[in-house]
Design a protein around this ligand. Structure first.
Ligand code: NAD
Length: 261
């Protein structure tokens, strides 16, 4: 399969899962809009590397996904510069862990803004062009936490459940427009977002990172190893393939058996 000629915008793609998805899509020939935070020189290295390795056009847009105006401007800039946003991957996300009674209101607001509202704003801005062209793929990176809960992650679990709900609504509204909307629900993927949780646990419990990695997996996943970002990328590529043309409104688990229990 080739996705040559399509344009993919992946939010939060300067690191982790988003970068894995951007690489997998670029390997299939899509032009790429990268987004996310980081050091300018490192981001430029990633952008130029993608363009050189896969022979695609690659742009970077530094939109802050907590700001609706930035998001609308990013979609408009991609459409102007690259001609379209055919594949939208709503991936940017943050985490904060604390019991509800100690959960800072500003962390709640930030997680809901970046992990949920940003996907709404980006989807809203991308739909008209996708409908006009009669083809589109919207892929929301939810989580096992979009399907089941864990303690101390109230904002994250609420946002990810919300994202799964939004996926279903958009899928129904767009069912006959050539646009599919699905959610990917990963279990543990070893990225900076999870490395921080492991480091915090090692600090709190006075243990090692290796001990906490094993404990983290054992608590939730029957399969005792991490999913890799490129495997999430592989699933995103499949969702863009003709084989997946009638798959829509689905939360797809890739979680080592987490939610099978
Ligand atoms: P990560 O920290 O490696 O990457 C997050 C990305 O989002 C980075 O590029 C970061 O710069 C960007 N970002 C954060 N705030 C932003 C903002 N305001 N504006 C623009 N970009 C912003 O994390 P990750 O693990 O790769 O997570 C990616 C997605 O996958 C998240 O939605 C996360 O909830 C989800 N997820 C991760 C796991 C896991 O185990 N790592 C599991 C399930 C779901």
């Amino acid at each position: 399969m080739s996705l040559k000629g399509k344009v993919a915008l992946v939010t939060g793609s300067t690191s982790g899962i988003g970068l894995g998805i951007a690489r997998a899509l670029a390997a299939e020939g899509t032009d790429i809009v990268l987004n996310g935070f980081g050091e300018a020189a490192a981001i430029e290295q990633v952008r130029a590397g993608l363009a050189a390795e896969f022979g695609v056009r690659a742009l970077y847009n530094g939109a802050d996904m907590s700001k609706p105006a930035d998001i609308a401007a990013m979609i408009a800039a991609a459409e102007t510069t690259l001609g379209a946003v055919d594949i939208l991957v709503n991936n940017a996300g943050i985490q904060f862990v604390a019991p509800i009674e100690a959960f800072p209101a500003e962390k709640w607001d930030a997680i809901i803004a970046i992990n949920l509202s940003a996907a709404f704003h980006a989807t809203k801005a991308a739909i008209p062009g996708m409908k006009r062209r009669g083809w589109g793929r919207i892929i929301n990176i939810a989580s096992a936490h979009g399907l089941v809960a864990s303690p101390e992650k109230v904002a994250y679990v609420a946002a990810k459940h919300g994202l799964v709900g939004m996926t279903k609504v958009a899928a129904i509204e767009l069912a006959n427009s050539g646009v599919t909307v699905n959610a990917i629900c990963p279990g543990w993927v070893l990225t900076p977002l999870v490395e921080k949780q492991i480091a915090d646990r090692a600090h709190t419990n006075s243990t090692s990172v290796e001990t906490e990695e094993r404990a983290l997996l054992a608590e939730k996943q029957p399969m005792l190893h991490f999913t890799r970002p490129e495997q999430i990328g592989g699933l995103a590529v499949f969702l863009c393939s003709p084989a997946a043309a009638t798959m829509t409104g689905v939360p797809l688990s890739i979680d080592g058996g987490w939610v099978a229990q």
